[in-house]
Design a protein around this ligand. Structure first.
Ligand code: ATP
Ligand code: MG
Length: 438
């Protein structure tokens, strides 16, 4: 029997409201990414939240979990088959091709980053949501293994800059077409005798796309896969050369890494280098992959562009936040308030308005009471907001053309002409906040 659907004024399952108090952490993460990625000469790109479904199916692959189970797809009023984007690479590649960003007027490699929500119909749990957020990057036009390495390093730098300590890099190679053809057969030969032990999904995938079996999270599958042949033994000569160079460069930079020859990633578009950055922080469970990516040399051509190699990664902001919490990293937060205007009596309502506007226009943050509260309540609010200065104005001050200004840290208090506030607030601010040179 179908469960009766309740009318609901709650947020959809697997989504979050990001409220003030929490959103400052998001801003810190996004700002850190922006600054760092600029150092690596990446520019921001913004693509739509939804795409024609074939952009995703063609890129991510018809046997991937994303396409078979997790798409938020629908037909719009014009009968177009649309999906909310489940990931960022396919849309960016679509945009790269559509806007001809491979043209001679653009710098090569063409390097972009994005940030925003992604949508996947998953079973929600810690670190796994239906609307989650990624920061990702894509570099188009370089086959050089140095691009693989510097992009992976950018991700590592990012986590370091956030203050994370417990994470490690895992790499593998999926080689080229020749590699995959050879390996595919070896894998089928290995898996077939174990067929009955595999999960239903994996049995189906065995012949469609045996590499997918390696990516299974099923316990039984994992046991079988543990002894599977290594793709690294099947690398074609050019694929081996590429991977060896990546490894040599990581060594040259003295970056620690692990090689996991069973790592394949959940998306079909990867070739050559793939990588994950895993957190070692307590309590992340199976959601300990915080960043994942790799090389995709066929994808641009696959979506109708000229043969163009690519390399990119995506990291999950919610998981990063969980890790920061698990590692007890303090994130700078706060929205400092320079001045709070305590105003007493309706007669000063307009003057208080003029005061906050004038202070704001002088480049400071300011707020005031608008609820006509008693002095005590207003001072309490100023305290709660951690205001640097409190200006107090009542009817008698207004008559005298003066305002009382108090520095909350030092309790120093002075009377200042209103005109001084209107013409030179920053001098008043400086006067009251310089404390050391007494
Ligand atoms: P997983 O194996 O955990 O399902 P994935 O292989 O599907 O991850 P990618 O598609 O490579 O992940 O996405 C890159 C990153 O985005 C992941 O490493 C993770 O940090 C984050 N991510 C992916 N799916 C989710 C989700 N449903 N909720 C929150 N974060 C996610
Ligand atoms: Mg997944």
């Amino acid at each position: 029997m179908k469960e009766e659907k309740k009318m609901s004024y709650q947020r959809p399952k697997g989504t979050n409201d990001i409220l003030p108090g929490e959103v400052e952490k998001w801003q810190f993460i996004e700002e850190t990414a922006r600054l760092l990625f600029n150092d690596y000469q990446y520019q921001e790109i913004r693509t739509p939240m939804f795409e024609h479904i074939e952009v995703i199916t063609r890129s991510v692959g018809g046997t991937s979990d994303i396409v078979t189970k997790e798409m938020y797809d629908f037909y719009d009023k014009g009968e177009r088959h649309i999906t909310l984007r489940p990931e960022g690479t396919a849309p960016v590649v679509r945009s790269f091709v559509e806007n001809k960003l491979f043209g001679p007027e653009y710098t090569k490699p063409y390097k972009v980053y994005y940030t925003g929500p992604m949508f996947r119909y998953e079973r929600p749990q810690k670190g796994r949501l239906r609307q989650f957020h990624q920061i990702g990057v894509e570099a188009f036009g370089s086959e050089n293994p140095a691009t693989d390495v510097e992009t992976m390093m950018m991700a590592m730098d990012f986590f370091e800059q956030l203050g994370m300590k417990q994470f490690h890099l895992v790499i593998n190679s999926l080689g080229d077409l020749e590699t995959r053809q050879n390996y595919r057969q070896a894998l089928i030969d290995y898996l077939t005798p174990h067929q009955e032990k595999l999960s239903e999904d994996s049995q189906r995938r065995l012949n469609e796309n045996p590499l997918r079996v390696l990516d299974s999270k099923d316990k039984g599958d994992k046991a079988v896969v543990a002894n599977a042949p290594s793709i690294l033994d099947y690398l074609s000569e050019p694929a081996k050369k590429h991977f060896d160079e990546v490894v040599a460069m990581l060594d040259a930079l003295e970056v620690p890494y692990q090689i996991d020859h069973n790592m394949v990633r959940g998306l079909d578009y990867y070739t050559h280098t793939i990588f994950e950055i895993m957190s070692d922080a307590q309590g992340m469970g199976a959601q300990n992959t915080i960043c994942a990516g790799g090389r995709y040399n066929q994808l641009v051509a696959e979506l109708g562009g000229p043969e163009t190699p690519g390399f990119g990664f995506a990291l999950g902001i919610e998981r990063v936040l969980l890790v920061l919490e698990a590692e007890a990293v303090l994130i700078p937060t706060g929205n400092p308030l320079d001045a709070y205007v305590v105003n007493l009596g309706e007669a000063v309502n307009i003057e208080a308005l003029k005061l906050v506007q004038s202070i704001r226009h002088a480049g400071f943050s300011a707020d005031r009471d608008v609820l006509n509260r008693k002095a005590k309540g207003q001072f309490k609010t100023a305290d709660k907001l951690n205001a640097t200065l409190v200006l107090t104005i009542g009817e008698s001050e207004l008559e005298a053309g003066m305002v009382n200004v108090k520095a909350m840290a030092t309790r120093k208090e002075i009377q200042v002409p209103l005109t001084e506030i209107y013409t030179n607030f920053s001098a008043v601010y400086d006067e009251l906040t310089k404390e050391e040179d007494k």
